[in-house]
Each structure stands twice: as C-alpha cells, then as structure tokens.
Design a protein around this ligand. Structure first.
Ligand code: SIN
Ligand code: MN
Length: 261
C-alpha cells in the first residue's frame, strides 16, 4: 500500500497522517483477543499506572505474542513507513498504550525524539511512530492531541519528568506548547477501531486522562533506520530493541491466517 502524493504532502506539512479504518473489524478482533493474557502476564515489559496499578503500557509485544509478531511486519504499516523513510528500518519499540476506562492517566506534552536522543543517544529525528486503534478513539476517551506543524520548528528544549506518571518522559514546557499551538492549533486524533496514525519523531503530542467508561487501547510500532541506531544502551531491550535487523513485510492477509499448529 503506497501513500499518494497528497498524503505525503499532508504528512510533510502537518507532521502526521490519519489512515481511517486501515484494519478491518476482524483484524482488530484478532489483535484484541491477545490482550487480556498479555496484560495479565508478570513481565517487566508491562508498566502499570502510578495510581490505579492497571497496565499503562505493555511493551515488547512482538516478542511475546505471535499475532503482534505479524502486526509489526504488516504491509499496510510497513509499506507507507518505508516509503516515507526511503530506507530499511528496524523495530525500535512495540507496545499497546492502554488508558483503561476511568483510570487511564495522561501522557504529558512531548515529542518522541527528546527521549530517543537523551536516553538512547539516537542522532537524528528519523524514527516513525505507527499507531493502530484497538478501540474506537473519540474526543471522550483520551485521544492523542497533536500540534500540527510543530515538527517543522525542530527539537524543542525538553526536561525529564519522572514524577507525573509511572513512565519517565522527556517533556516540553507550557510556554513552548502555548507558542506552538498558537501557530498550529491542536488536533485530536480520533477514529473507529482499526484506524492508523503515522507521525514523526519531532511532532509535539500529548493525551489527556480517560475518565470515560470506555477503554482506549492503541498499538504503537516505532521504526528507525539502522543508520540512525542508538549509541547508548542504558534502557532495557523492550524500550529500545537491540536487534537492528531490517523488518520485511508479510502478506496482506497475515493477521487472519491461523498460525501453523
Ligand atoms: C498515548 O498513548 O496516548 C501517547 C502515545 C505516545 O506518546 O506516542
Ligand atoms: Mn510519544
């Protein structure tokens, strides 16, 4: 699946692209069926919320589950990503950010490269973040907020926040967010389950807490070119995988084909 010229222009201008219902209801059901067991596992790659103790993010899923192992190689994600990158990519990080009904907590204002650079010594903001909604995401259940065009301003000053949530994150301050939003406005990334997002490493984004009675589970795959590999290895493998093997797409129907017995 190749992106059109118009889609590539929109990605360049806004810093993100929404691909409505890229995955079918059956494909989403196949993915959702894996989640309960993954979230229940006693695994250091499951990180729980500060207040509720519910799973906030479940990482390393392609190494823990055969269906997610196929999703990270899905051509509907990989082909557009490789088209944008213009070179091969390895799997940097794979997770589901959960944000459970009533208790899902915020993700502060940030851009991913601040963490990739400060924690992993990644040189350039080349990584792409590919999301797939595993629930319907609306304005009510904690969608991502993007500042369109914020990527064009380059890396903002960032500081490490270890207090707000259970997940240490390099965050952008309010003055900078206010200035960027005065120029680009804000966009909530919403859509039915199966909708996908692509956004780059410099796009400033956040998401509010989920006080609604509706779960909000979003799959995220970060891809990065091996030429832009980490130079430090302080974080665990599930936060930035050490295997730099270029990822190769599977067949389009891979999620619905049963695994061999
Ligand atoms: C979220 O899951 O709401 C935040 C995801 C991200 O920062 O990429
Ligand atoms: Mn992020």
């Amino acid at each position: 699946m190749r992106l059109s010229g118009e889609q590539l222009e929109r990605f360049e201008r806004d810093g993100f692209l929404v691909l409505p219902e890229l995955f079918s209801k059956d494909e989403v059901a196949a993915l959702r069926a894996r989640l309960a067991a993954l979230f229940a596992a006693d695994d250091p790659a499951n990180i729980v919320e500060k207040n509720s103790g519910e799973v906030r993010t479940a990482m390393g899923l392609h190494l823990r589950d055969p269906v997610f192992a196929k999703l990270v190689r899905h051509p509907r994600l990989l082909e557009p990503a490789l088209q944008i990158l213009g070179e091969a990519a390895y799997i940097q990080q794979v997770k589901v950010n959960v944000k459970p009904a009533f208790v899902g907590e915020v993700w502060q204002w940030h851009y991913d490269f601040a963490t990739h650079h400060a924690e992993d010594g990644v040189a350039e903001p080349r990584a792409l973040n590919l999301h797939v909604f595993l629930d319907d995401v609306t304005e009510l259940n904690g969608p991502l907020y993007f500042i369109p065009g914020s990527q064009a301003h380059g890396p903002a000053p960032a500081t490490l926040d270890t207090a707000t949530t259970s997940y240490p994150l390099w965050v952008v301050d309010r003055e900078r967010v206010t200035a960027l939003a005065a120029e680009g406005g804000l966009a909530a990334a919403t859509g039915p389950a199966g909708t996908a997002l692509i956004f780059g490493d410099l796009l400033v984004h956040a998401s509010p807490g989920n006080i609604s009675p509706y779960d909000r589970r979003i799959f995220s795959l970060i891809l990065n070119p091996p030429s832009n590999a980490p130079t430090t290895r302080a974080r665990p493998d599930h936060k930035h995988h050490r295997d730099l093997t270029p990822v190769v797409p599977l067949a389009d129907d891979c999620l619905l084909v049963p695994a061999p017995a």
